[in-house]
Design a binder for this molecule. Structure first.
Ligand SMILES: [Zn+2]
Length: 281
């Protein structure tokens, strides 16, 4: 797999060293689903006076858990945030154009996470996240009283969320990283670390669990066990009707953090309540 990643990185003319989250579609060929990865190569301390940091703290994130990437974006655990303050503001007019459509979210599965073969003969399909992504979408779509509907996008251009490889750039202990909603839209990317933990093979149920979890971040859920993980502050907004006390208020929740090696065991009753509350019919 590492050889494959190297080849792909070369193909994309990538020079990044450690971490990269910024991408753009090629503009000269609208049919193309190729990506260009921009370089991001360090993580810095955050400035408490940065307006984005202030916004995140104001939304209930613990400043001590916020890390800044050298491309200006921020990361907290397995959740990515835009570093542009304008992404956190939305005009009334824009909100009204979004309101009818916010439940319908299209997901593009990039070829980099749809490989049929790899060099790990013990797990020949472990780099193919297609079924895990499609079935994760179906799981969220099937919640009673929720109007949320994920559909698979045919092209990057029409996608709300792009699922793609991290191209070897995420840290070894991270399986995948989602991104939080911005400006009234779902989080834009889910990066998958195909050589997670020294290329440890991941069973289908584990891939499915991770993809259900990351999609949950992209539609606005943070970790149910946020207090136990030390990720929150008093400004956090709890979803009405779901438990929010103690370090582990819903041990069955798919949105508990530090669960990257768990197999999927279903959405909890409270996961279903939460999505039905945020995305009502
Ligand atoms: Zn998470």
């Amino acid at each position: 797999m590492k050889n494959l990643l190297k080849k792909r990185i070369k193909l994309l003319c990538v020079t990044a060293v450690l971490v990269s989250f910024t991408f753009s579609c090629t503009k000269d060929d609208p049919e193309s689903n190729s990506l260009t990865i921009e370089e991001t190569n360090s993580i810095d301390k955050v400035d408490p006076n940065d307006p984005v940091v202030k916004t995140l703290v104001g939304k209930g994130w613990n400043i001590d858990k916020i890390e800044k990437l050298s491309n200006g974006d921020y990361v907290i655990g397995d959740v990515l945030f835009s570093g542009k303050i304008e992404d956190y503001t939305i005009s009334k007019q824009a909100r009204e154009t979004l309101v009818d459509d916010y439940r319908n979210i299209s997901v593009f599965i990039h070829s980099s996470v749809a490989q049929e073969d790899n060099t790990n003969t013990n797990a020949p399909n472990e780099d193919n996240w297609t079924d895990a992504t499609k079935n994760a979408m179906t799981i969220w779509n099937s919640v009673p009283d929720s109007g949320l509907q994920f559909t698979q996008a045919a092209t990057i251009q029409e996608a709300d969320i792009i699922v793609l490889s991290d191209f070897g750039l995420l840290g070894d202990p991270t399986v995948a990283i989602g991104s939080f909603p911005e400006d009234g839209n779902a989080g834009k990317t889910i990066f998958v670390n195909l050589d997670f933990s020294n290329d440890q093979s991941l069973e289908y149920d584990v891939r499915l669990n991770n993809m259900v979890h990351e999609l949950g971040h992209n539609i606005g859920f943070r970790h149910t066990n946020w207090r136990g993980l030390g990720e929150g502050s008093d400004n956090l907004v709890a979803i009405p009707g779901t438990p929010n006390t103690g370090n582990d208020p819903d041990p069955s929740s798919v949105m508990n953090g530090a669960t990257a090696l768990n197999g999927f065991a279903g959405l909890s009753v409270n996961d279903k309540k939460a999505v039905a509350f945020l995305y009502p019919n």
